[in-house]
Design a protein around this ligand. Structure first.
Ligand SMILES: [Fe+2]
Length: 229
């Protein structure tokens, strides 16, 4: 999976492939029933609204290089100063897609797995996971905006902002990753272990898109009866 060459470049390619795979699995908005258009927006909101800043903060607590701390700090500053959670809440409200308890339960097992992973406070691993997250968000925004449009919403602040600013954020996170790995080079886990968080978050993102993606059976007590479409 991860082979020769600059490790950061290899990770970047791995993450790009993971994002492309997810995008290729997106159901056609035209063919989605209205309640599933609502469901994707609601589950996305349930995951992002209260967790993005928390997970990025965990990255800040975990990294040791000044470069990585500075990159994450800039990212957090923008999130808090510009009230990105409020921006997302408004987006969901305007699309009549505010998360319900059912939406929260649909992603609960996979969300918990990400939280437990983040709680290990491993800097390089969290940076990789968040670079994947930011990279996915950028490319997912046109699809999310299309779903909202089909639900009659003209609210675009959240998708417009995240379709552009996260491009820079993703690049910066890879720069932070490079600095962190350089500083930690003699203490790094094998590459396949470093990318564990990418796989755990990928499962959660797939769960946002497809409501019955079960969490890893080693950890999950709330599996649905169906499978990913
Ligand atoms: Fe944001």
């Amino acid at each position: 999976m991860i082979s020769e060459g600059s490790l950061t470049t290899q990770f970047e390619a791995h993450i790009d492939r993971a994002i492309d795979d997810i995008l290729a699995s997106l159901p056609n908005p035209e063919q989605l029933p209205p309640d599933e258009r609502r469901g994707i927006i609601a589950r996305y909101t349930a995951v992002l609204e209260g967790n993005f800043i928390y997970w990025m903060s965990a990255g800040h607590l975990s990294v040791v290089s000044e470069e990585a701390k500075s990159v994450i700090q800039d990212n957090l500053l923008e999130e808090v100063r510009d009230s990105h959670p409020e921006m997302l809440r408004k987006f969901a409200m305007c699309a009549c897609a505010v998360p319900t308890d059912s939406d929260a339960l649909a992603v609960y097992g996979n969300l918990r797995n990400v939280r437990l992973f983040v709680g290990r406070l491993q800097g390089v691993e969290i940076l990789l996971m968040m670079a994947f997250f930011e990279g996915f968000i950028v490319k997912f925004m046109p699809y999310l905006a299309e779903l909202a449009k089909k639900r009659g919403s003209a609210e675009r602040a959240y998708t417009d902002v995240h379709g552009t600013c996260d491009i820079v954020h993703t690049q910066e996170l890879f720069r932070a990753l490079d600095a962190e790995m350089t500083l930690m080079h003699d203490r790094l886990a094998p590459a396949t272990e470093l990318i564990e968080g990418v796989g755990i978050l990928r499962r959660l993102i797939e769960n946002i898109i497809h409501p019955c993606v079960a969490a890893n059976p080693n950890h999950d007590n709330h599996r649905c009866s169906g499978n990913m479409a």
